[in-house]
Write a new protein. Structure first.
Length: 53
């Protein structure tokens, strides 16, 4: 699955890991994250993330 990087702080969302602190299970793709999910490092929204090459 595709990883995404926060354009602001560089946090990498890895679907294999999810975001357990926010209740996001491993195996959750970026597209399946809730619309109100925010970067756990800096708090920006999903629109501030870009796919990792």
């Amino acid at each position: 699955m595709q990883k995404y990087e926060c354009d602001v702080c560089g946090y990498i969302y890895d679907p294999a890991v999810g975001d357990p602190d926010s209740g996001i299970e491993p195996g959750t793709s970026f597209d399946d994250l809730p619309d109100d999910w925010v970067c756990p490092e800096c708090g920006v929204g999903k629109d501030e993330f870009s796919p990792v090459e």
